[in-house]
Ligand binder design. Structure first.
Ligand code: PEP
Ligand code: MN
Length: 337
């Protein structure tokens, strides 16, 4: 940790900081410059709250040097993590596409969806059976019935399944039907759920919260990893900003940032990231070019009548066309789809 003292900080103020750091086990190295005194704290507790020092008299700023997450950091596994599920490798050279409707609505819809996504080359079908809707009066999903239908449709086409788990009580049910358990943006900081997912041995896709920093996302992943479940994938799905044209602001720069900071695969969701189907193809292309390990996209055979997220769901034809373009982009960046 580096503590930069204010110009003119008194000797007594500097000494109080030194004493405070020593109290927490740091070795303190002092450097007295012409304008600022800088104190370097080495060792000590990684979890030390820098704000404690930041608010002390005479302090200008504090910089943490060691990251607060360990298991999620790139240093823990410099070669990167590959999550392997029934022969599909996520985090390797292939860019894995996960596509399908926002929600499972009925058997006909999910059967058609399986054909649409598999024909265009996706490896995973998505579909929510438990939906975290903004309004309690909106369609909440079909529950187990929906999961069963999606599993059957997926098996018919040799697809993997990803579906959202909203609550710890749902973990056994979701684990029985789904190959990947999705944690939604609204649950990124549901620490009890994260801990419970750390206890199982099943791949998890953790979505970034709408107002979460990348560091907070990595700390949430750390909860799952620290329980011993290392099959974690991260997902950039757009964040809340002051822009209103799009539903969320798709943070494409999060892809290379996460690649640099963490060994975990990063999946991009341009559907929730933009909220508009006309913005999904350009952002999907950008995400693959930026190095995403996979995409999560909403596709529906009849988006205008979808029970959830119709506006951001692609029609089948533009989706298939997009998949062709993504193949070329993947090749250009040394990968495949
Ligand atoms: C979803 O994938 O349908 C979903 C609800 O996503 P998010 O949690 O990112 O809003
Ligand atoms: Mn959705």
């Amino acid at each position: 940790m580096l503590v930069v003292m204010q110009q003119g900080a008194t000797e007594a103020q500097i000494q109080r900081i030194i004493d405070r750091l020593i109290e927490d086990g740091f070795d303190v190295h002092r450097s007295t410059g012409a304008i600022h005194t800088v104190l370097g704290g080495v060792g000590g507790g990684d979890q030390f709250d820098t704000a404690v020092v930041e608010v002390m008299d005479g302090v200008k700023e504090v910089h943490r040097i060691v990251s607060p997450y360990k298991l999620a950091s790139r240093a823990f596994r410099p070669q990167g993590t590959v999550v392997s599920i029934k022969g599909v490798e996520i985090g390797g050279s292939q860019v894995v596409v996960m596509a399908g409707p926002c929600s499972v609505e009925n058997r006909d819809q999910i059967e058609r969806s399986a054909d649409i996504v598999a024909d265009a080359g996706a490896k995973v079908i998505r579909g929510g059976a438990f939906k975290p809707r903004s309004s309690p009066y909106s369609f909440q999903g079909l529950g187990e019935e929906g999961l069963k239908m999606m599993r059957e449709a997926a098996d018919r086409r040799g697809l993997l399944v990803i579906s959202e788990v909203m609550d710890s009580l749902q973990i056994p049910l979701l684990s029985a039907y789904s190959d990947i358990l999705q944690i939604g943006a609204r649950n990124m900081q549901n620490y009890n759920l994260l801990r419970d997912l750390g206890r199982i041995r099943k791949p998890v896709l953790l979505k970034r919260g709408i107002a979460a920093t990348i560091e907070e996302l990595l700390l949430s992943a750390e909860y799952i990893l620290s329980g011993g479940n290392y099959e974690v994938m991260l997902c950039e799905r757009g964040i809340r900003t002051f822009e209103t044209y799009t539903r969320n602001t798709f943070d494409v720069s999060a892809v290379p940032v996460i690649k640099k900071l963490s060994h975990l695969p990063i999946i991009a969701d341009p559907s929730h990231g933009t909220g508009r189907r006309d913005m999904v193809p350009p952002m999907a292309r950008a995400a693959v070019a930026a190095g995403a390990d996979g995409l999560l996209m909403e596709v529906h055979h009849d988006p205008d009548h979808a029970l959830s997220d119709g506006a951001q769901s692609m029609y089948p034809e533009p989706y298939a066309e997009l998949m062709q373009q993504l193949r070329m982009i993947a090749t250009a960046v040394g990968r495949s789809i």
